[in-house]
Design a protein around this ligand. Structure first.
Ligand code: NAP
Length: 249
């Protein structure tokens, strides 16, 4: 399928996992991808992989929690491609802490990246998406829909992303911009490979974040994201779609 021919999509977190898989899939469907990530080597590798397969991509380092860096990045994307049709906001971090021991700095870091960073990007792209009748896909999580033991900051950040996305969807509906969330669960990525639990973690509580069908690759989420960004998602806005193998079913 070539659902994104002549479209330009900015993907955050494009160096790894779901962001990388989304960037690769967008390019495979004919879109130009502006790939951003904190990790320079990783984001260059994603853009290189896309180019090697005949696609169009640009790599740029950007810390999504840095307001000025986000503004310059969106400006650079529009200067490079003269338009912007989509934002796929996948940059994120996860940490587990016993709630009573949670340090304020750790709470703040997770909120800064996952919630405020998502907002910085949405706010910066919206004027461009109004011009193109574009679409946003933000990364929430099953943690936004159900309790995540020892995941206080992460679940709060993802609940915020979900609520923020619905607000954007309503505020911009008449201006032709759609905004949706995906809620992945049990996807094999760098994030899930590097989880570190507090010593007090009660692992009896963990099955509620494991899918019924086994962990899946990030490409299964990328397919849903591309549907939402493309015209196939034209009547979907303010929605959150679980891609979690039935975890919360
Ligand atoms: P991932 O493989 O760790 O990819 C996230 C990418 O974001 C990494 O390349 C990371 O770089 C980058 N990043 C981190 N902080 C950043 C910042 N401040 N600015 C720019 N880039 C930054 O994670 P993933 O599993 O694909 O997750 C993608 C999104 O889905 C996240 O928002 C995550 O919360 C959400 N999600 C994932 C799952 C799952 O099962 N995997 C479930 C629910 C929700 P570094 O590697 O250098 O940190």
């Amino acid at each position: 399928m070539q659902r994104l021919t002549n479209k330009v999509v900015l993907v955050s977190g494009a160096g790894s996992g779901i962001g990388k898989a989304s960037a690769v899939r967008i390019a495979a469907e004919g879109g130009s991808v502006f790939c951003i990530d904190l990790n320079a080597e990783a984001v260059e590798a994603t853009a290189g992989e896309i180019a090697a397969n005949g696609g169009e991509a640009t790599a740029r380092v950007c810390d999504v929690s840095d307001e000025a860096s986000v503004q310059k990045t969106v400006q650079a994307c529009v200067e490079r491609y003269s338009r912007l049709d989509g934002l796929v906001n996948m940059a994120g971090i996860l940490r587990f802490d016993d709630t009573q021991e949670l340090q304020t700095a750790h709470w703040q870091k997770v909120i800064d990246v996952n919630l405020t960073g998502t907002m910085f990007l949405c706010r910066s792209v919206l004027p461009h998406l109004v011009e193109t009748q574009g679409s946003i896909v933000n990364a929430a999580s099953t943690a936004a829909l159900s309790g995540l033991p020892s995941g206080l900051a992460y679940s709060a950040s993802k609940g915020g992303v979900l609520a923020m996305t619905r607000s954007i969807a309503v505020e911009y509906a008449k201006r032709g911009v759609r905004a949706n969330c995906i809620c992945p669960g049990d996807i094999n990525t760098g994030m899930t490979d590097s989880i570190s639990f507090p010593e007090t973690m009660d692992f009896d509580l963990m099955p509620r974040i494991m899918s019924l069908t086994g962990a899946k690759a990030p490409e299964v989420v990328a397919g849903v994201i591309v549907m939402l960004v493309s015209e196939d998602g034209v009547h979907i806005t303010g929605e959150d779609i679980r891609v979690d193998g039935g975890t919360l079913s």
